[in-house]
Design a protein around this ligand. Structure first.
Ligand code: ADP
Length: 262
């Protein structure tokens, strides 16, 4: 617990520090971007090479701004609004994005179950969690492969809790994101949840994806498990506390509470 507390405290100070820097950096990048876009319009003649250089300034200022936005989101956290989330709806949204934007060499599959238990969560945050995981899966499969997302009901018992102190006895939904990509060595696996830890080349990764995933899942009283084999692939499993009723029946019950006589 002591270690957990210290980690939380360290994460918080990293967050505050990063948030401060990101805020200042934003004020620096905005005029750079504006000047890079306006200057070419002001000049009466500009040669091809200068045009390209303006483009480089613009592209990179935009890239910096996107990074800053991600850091700010991580540091400030976004508002949290809990509703009954239909995991299947979430899967449909992710499926659409993956099929429209990921390379064709990545085969996508998912299971849609109708009897999943209900989860009370922030839908936008869960969307973010799944997006971060599928983007990592994509990046782990530069030569293509299979990406699968699935969900199942899991009842966690006392025996499980004894080995996994983050869990408590009760119903959970386990969401698995698996890929057949490059996998991770134990040394990398050890560090993936650290803010700013990345093995991706400069500009490609911020190292905030999985710390955000962990932050969101922890705030929902859930937990994350990872297993990975170098050269074979990786499975991320996100456990979220659930209510032992389907989302639809829970929504109906909340609207129309049943009398005691039933
Ligand atoms: P980023 O994606 O910006 O690097 P993350 O926190 O999302 O930041 O991930 C941290 C690191 O964890 C990645 O750079 C990568 O080394 C490793 N990683 C995450 N997901 C996977 C995966 N599915 N397969 C292989 N490595 C992964």
């Amino acid at each position: 617990l002591e270690a957990q507390f210290l980690r939380a405290q360290r994460l918080e100070s990293i967050g505050t520090l990063a948030g401060g820097i990101a805020h200042d950096l934003n004020n620096i990048l905005t005029p750079i971007l504006a000047a890079a876009q306006l200057l070419p319009l002001k000049l009466s003649h500009i040669d091809e090479q200068s045009q390209q250089m303006f483009k480089i300034i613009e592209t990179n200022a935009k890239r910096g701004a996107a990074l800053v936005k991600q850091v700010l989101q991580f540091a400030q956290g976004v508002e949290d609004e809990r509703t009954i989330v239909q995991i299947n709806d979430l899967f449909s949204e992710i499926k659409q994005i993956v099929q429209q934007t990921f390379p064709k060499s990545i085969e996508f599959s998912t299971n849609i179950k109708s009897d999943l238990w209900a989860v009370v969560a922030d839908a936008t945050h869960l969307h973010q969690v799944l997006m971060n995981l599928v983007v990592n899966a994509r990046d782990a499969m530069p030569d293509g492969g299979t990406l699968n997302i699935s969900a199942e009901n899991v009842f966690i018992d006392e025996q499980y809790v004894r080995m996994n102190l983050e869990a408590s006895v009760g119903p959970y939904i386990a969401i698995a994101v698996t890929d057949t990509g490059i996998g991770m060595s134990p040394e990398i696996l050890d560090r993936i949840f650290e803010p700013f830890f990345t093995t991706k080349e400069f500009g490609k990764g911020t190292g905030l994806g999985l710390s955000t995933v962990r932050g969101i899942i922890t705030s929902h009283n859930g937990f994350v498990k990872v297993s990975s084999n170098v050269g074979r692939g990786t499975e991320f499993k996100v456990f979220l506390p659930a209510v032992q009723a389907t989302a639809t029946s829970l929504a109906e019950n909340l609207e129309l509470p049943k009398g005691n006589g039933e």
